[in-house]
Design a protein around this ligand. Structure first.
Ligand SMILES: O=C(O)CCC(=O)c1ccccc1C(=O)O
Ligand SMILES: [Mg+2]
Length: 369
């Protein structure tokens, strides 16, 4: 592959509805788009999932811009890349900063798939032609409001409902949701809101037939999660705690979780995602693809990785219209009867809409190799 230049664009888009978790509320999204241009005239695209505040992980949009500009892009340009698997290896000397690494690597993956003239899903070893869609429901102002919202989502066809919880918005809400919708695939995501002191309290969740509870304890913990899992019937799913293949291996070994939520950005890219996927296959750990309120380009990457065989649970990759008045890709991501059909054209399979991207760009910078 001959990468001629990289363009970074800082874009900003309003979410259709604010999204509240146990750590904060997002009303709009600042996103860094990465475009990798080849000498052959093709462009590979990716977006960083970092948000403006370091409340999900330690990265932010600004730290990502710095890491990409001052460290990752210069490393990428040091020598040519034959296969995108080499990129994460080249970035290994840089600690952490997985969102930033994943965005650069993702653009190289898309470019690679386009040069091969195959869909990104195929380049990754995907096997599905459609993926199952779930939806993540933020914290609401009332129980009546969340019940009404979930009813609407079920009518739209979503196959799984994830309820964001925090102390004070947990047991009673889940009890009400389960009572109203006895048969749905239901789960809860705590985004680290509890500690081991809450074990007895969290045991009440076993009454609600949840598919899993996601990340109940600290963002950097795998030891206490193992202690909690030993006392809960409900499977624990880890999100924030898993950054690498090694984290996943250790969590599985300790019994810290029975399910893994994979986010490409959280683990530093698609190559590491494939490794974690294959590890989970070996250990019979089901997976699903998490979301970070992505715009269309990040969403397209999520669709591609979800086509791998072990993504057996519905993910958080909802259609474009769930988040945006207008997305930045053509066509937008749509859902039919709870499925997204995987595009068959090369690369990410959706065309970035340059006019729309121009409209939402605050500033940009070009790097030449
Ligand atoms: O993209 C989506 O629809 C789900 C979003 C989501 O749940 C989320 C969004 C931002 C930060 C963390 C999380 C999470 O999965 O924990
Ligand atoms: Mg989560």
């Amino acid at each position: 592959m001959e990468i001629k230049s990289i363009i970074l664009r800082h874009i900003k888009m309003d979410l259709l509805t604010p999204f509240t978790t146990s750590v904060g509320t997002e009303v709009d999204k600042d996103i860094i788009l990465v475009e990798a241009k080849s000498k052959s005239g093709l462009s590979g695209w990716a977006e960083s999932v970092a948000i403006t505040q370091p409340i999900y992980n330690e990265e932010t949009v600004k730290t990502n811009w710095h890491m990409m500009s001052d460290h990752l892009i210069p490393l990428l340009f040091q020598e040519s890349v034959k296969h995108p698997d080499e990129v994460s290896e080249r970035f290994r000397s840089i600690r952490g900063n997985f969102n930033a690494k994943a965005a650069i690597e993702g653009a190289v993956w898309d470019l690679y798939a386009k040069e091969q003239n195959i869909p990104l899903a195929e380049a990754l070893g995907g096997v599905k032609d459609k993926i199952e869609v779930g939806v993540s429901v933020g914290i609401q102002y009332s129980q009546a409001a969340i019940l009404k919202q979930i009813e609407g989502y079920l009518e739209e066809g979503y196959k799984r409902i994830k309820v964001k919880i925090k102390p004070g918005w947990d047991v009673e809400i889940l009890r009400a949701v389960r009572k109203e919708f006895p048969d749905i695939q239901l789960m809860a995501d705590a985004n680290c809101a509890y500690t081991l002191k809450d074990i007895e309290y969290l045991k009440q969740l076993d009454d609600f037939g949840l598919t899993m509870i996601e990340q109940p304890l600290d963002h950097d913990d795998i030891v206490d999660h193992a202690k909690l899992q030993a006392q809960l019937n409900t499977p624990i799913c880890l999100d924030e705690s898993i950054h690498t293949y090694e984290d996943a291996r250790k969590a599985i070994e300790l019994g810290s979780c029975r399910i893994i939520n994979l986010k490409i950005g959280r683990v530093g890219g698609l190559t590491e995602s494939k490794k974690i996927h294959n590890l989970c296959v070996e250990h019979d750990i089901p997976m699903w693809c998490g979301g970070m309120l992505e715009a269309g380009i990040g969403r397209a990457h999520n669709i591609a990785i979800t086509t791998l065989s072990n993504f057996t649970l519905p993910g958080d990759t909802a259609p474009s219209s769930h988040y945006w008045a207008q997305d930045i890709i053509d066509p937008e991501v749509v859902m039919e009867n709870g499925y997204i059909y995987v595009p068959e054209s090369s690369g990410i399979g959706y065309e970035p809409n340059r006019e729309r991207i121009e409209d939402v760009t605050l500033f940009s910078r070009v790097f030449h190799s």
